[in-house]
Design a protein around this ligand. Structure first.
Ligand SMILES: [Zn+2]
Length: 286
């Protein structure tokens, strides 16, 4: 027999319970420290304790690269037609709808025109949270158009990749984008307009296999996963253990696959100096 019985289910502390702490703190999955979200935001989304570069969305990237967060957005009216009427766990059309609602974007890339340290540039910034930043017809077309705009206006282009690769739900149409974008880049090369590729965590599959590795300068962010197939698939295929740090920026730099690994805080100035050099090598090095 109980001595007493609690009448109401829970004790209430008036006023205090309304405070919500959710989303104020973030756990760094590298150093496992708890970081105040505001500290992380103010530090360009880099862990203040261990320097891990967190993934950032397309708009945050544009804000970090372009002067005063001022830019014009292009190619926002291209939309996927779901040509294969693809259904896996749920219909592709439903996935697209959910991704649009979540990110406020039409697809996994945002094309912008703005200035970088005073110099006009075109930036295509990929959005990883839109179906894993995958490249279907829309991403391919948007990036091809950005490159063509760069060629026509002789404006340097920067493509910031964050992608799981080609978009499975559009099958061969996704794969066609690799060739289309590569052809546009060849034309850009003919007219001698610089293209800087920034590879962020993660850049894999068909994106690595096409434009991400075709920059005049290929720059990786520290610790970014960059590769074609995933490490597990490679290990199973070659039946060998992969070396430590395989497919990370630093490893790729060491093995000649990247030109530089640049800290996010230095990225804008690094690109600026590189463009200065490409525009006028004599003056830039004088
Ligand atoms: Zn950390």
């Amino acid at each position: 027999m109980a001595w007493f019985k609690r009448q109401s289910a829970e004790l209430e502390a008036p006023g205090e319970k309304k405070v919500k702490t959710e989303g104020l703190w973030v756990k760094c999955d590298n150093c496992r420290q708890i970081i105040w979200k505001k500290d992380l935001d103010e530090n360009m989304n880099i862990c203040p304790k261990c320097d891990k570069h967190f993934r950032i969305d397309a708009r945050t990237r544009l804000a970090q690269l372009l002067d005063d967060n001022q830019y014009e957005v292009d190619d926002v009216n291209i939309a996927s037609t779901d040509p294969l009427k693809f259904v896996d766990l749920k219909p592709y059309a439903a996935r697209l709808k959910a991704a649009k609602a979540e990110t406020g974007l039409k697809d996994a890339v945002l094309n912008a025109r703005g200035k970088l340290n005073g110099r006009p540039v075109i930036v295509s910034s990929m959005e990883y949270s839109f179906i894993g930043g995958s490249m279907g017809a829309v991403v391919g077309e948007a990036i091809a158009r950005a490159i063509e705009r760069a060629a026509d206006t002789k404006t340097p282009i920067i493509i910031v990749s964050a992608s799981g690769g080609a978009r499975m739900m559009e099958g061969v149409i996704s794969l066609m984008q690799l060739a289309k974008i590569s052809a546009a880049l060849a034309r850009l090369d003919d007219v001698k307009v610089p293209y800087i590729s920034v590879l962020t965590d993660p850049t894999t599959g068909g994106v690595t296999a096409s434009y991400a590795m075709l920059g005049d300068l290929n720059i990786g962010e520290p610790g970014a996963l960059i590769g074609f197939a995933g490490p597990r698939v490679i290990e199973q295929t070659i039946r060998q253990k992969l070396p430590q740090g395989f497919q990370r920026s630093e490893f790729l730099l060491e093995h000649g696959m990247l030109d530089a690994v640049v800290h996010r805080k230095d990225l804008k100035n690094y690109i600026s100096r590189a463009l200065d050099f490409m525009a006028d090598p004599v003056r830039a090095t004088a």
